[in-house]
Design a protein around this ligand. Structure first.
Ligand code: ATP
Length: 135
């Protein structure tokens, strides 16, 4: 099967680069499956897993929003933060989840930024689900 190059980049630098058969990502508009030769496009991404398929196996990358850019021979993911499964610190994500849940629980306190806590919870749950392989 034809492959397509995928690059995942954050402000801290490149996170991942490989040639894959298919990229599956959660765009704001729904799930996208990208194969080689896909028409060029740009799509905003949700906090979620980007799945990279090759040789009947898949690798998952935790992506914190950002943008997916498709060119005929290359997919670029530009995200605020992103981690390959092996780089995710599970305990840190569990602690972040607990913190965010506590803040959401205390939402009656007007000093709590509800939206910010909600996003932190989504980032933590995304990382946890990738480590636990619950995609
Ligand atoms: P935390 O509250 O634990 O910092 P966060 O969701 O606020 O989590 P981000 O702002 O998304 O963190 O990321 C800040 C930096 O820390 C990024 O470089 C990101 O890749 C890294 N990072 C955050 N959480 C983890 C984690 N659980 N495992 C590995 N790297 C992480």
């Amino acid at each position: 099967m034809k492959t397509i190059k995928v690059n995942v980049v954050t402000p801290d630098g490149p996170v991942h680069e490989s040639d894959v058969e298919m990229v599956i990502a959660k765009a704001e508009s729904g799930e996208l499956g990208i194969l080689a030769g896909h028409i060029p496009m740009v799509a905003p991404l949700k906090i979620g897993a980007v799945q990279l398929k090759k040789d009947k196996t898949s690798e998952y990358i935790a992506v914190n929003g950002g943008i997916l850019e498709v060119r005929p021979d290359q997919v670029t993911v530009l995200a605020q933060s992103a981690e390959t499964a092996g780089k995710i610190d599970y305990d840190r994500a569990l602690r972040a989840k607990e913190r965010a849940e506590k803040r959401l629980y205390e939402q009656k306190n007007e000093h709590v930024d509800f939206h910010r806590a909600e996003l932190a919870l989504k980032r933590a749950m995304n990382r946890i689900s990738i480590v636990e392989k619950k995609y």
